[in-house]
Design a protein around this ligand. Sequence first.
Ligand SMILES: [Zn+2]
Length: 348
Amino acid sequence: MYYTTLEYYKKLFESRKREFAFEAETLDEYAAWKDGLRARLREIAGIDKCIPCEPVHQFLHTEKIAGFEAEYHTLETEPGVVMPFYLIRPGQQKKDMPVLIIPHGHGGGKEKVPEGQGKFIREALEDGFLVACPDERGSGDRREFTEQGEEPERKRLNSHRELMQLGINFGRTVIGTAVWDLMRLTDWLLALPETGDFLACAGMSGGGQQTLWFAAMDDRVSAAITSGYFYGVKESLIELPGNCACNFVPHFFETADMGELGALIAPRPFFVESGEQDHLCGRSGIENVKPQVAVTRKAYALFGAEDRIIHSIHPGGHQWIGEGMREFLRKSRKIQKRNGENLLWGDL
Ligand SMILES: [Zn+2]
């Protein structure tokens, strides 16, 4: 006989409404809701606790990763906290280059992105994007002593549990510091003389999580793509409580669900890719994704931009497919260029 607590948490979640459940019916109500939820998320994820610093930058060397010439850079994001990232340049460099940040998921660091999303990167380079792939705190070359080592099985490890345990004692979280680091990377990328003001972020799994939170918290993200990370938290996080510690934020289950994070991105173009067989979506699978997309879509509808949230469903599992994403980024750039016009996605 076991006397467990999980059922209690499920009931607790069901018995209470999220403080920032999306209910806005006008653009004014949306603006007030967005300000309120963002402030609360900055607080509970500990983003406000991060300490600004001089953004000391270094370009160290160039290395070959999965056929790409990847420049290895570092950027200081908090005093003494250094983020390494790859920068991959398009062949033809012009002024006003669009930027694409691709955060990695679990199972390695920034090197996983050129290895696993090579086709997506190649197409982005052909379309003139400057591509940046950073290491998240606790992964890749940012692993703590507990997970370091150059053996392939060690390289797949991360220190999210350690950093979460330390962080919550300082009012911080892994995802909060990841968002802060992506914001500082964005400061640096958008200040380059060769870049314009179009910045997209796209990620798979843990990279989708970083993309979702980052785009929700920072309007400089012009377009966002999340694959394998968008679902109702009850089935996907409460009922799967063994998921990595980075998925959890104090008070989040009392504050919002993922549909609300998506709603913070409106009306910027937002692409959600889901696999019908993705076990991380929870026991009802894709049916645990659709209601969250519907919540997000309500926010887009307030702007007359319902068609700017794309939900692409594939028959596979927890995997990046990429179908339709190149076209999505092209249309998103057109929308930003013609800002102010009431453009319909289908006419682009
Ligand atoms: Zn994690």
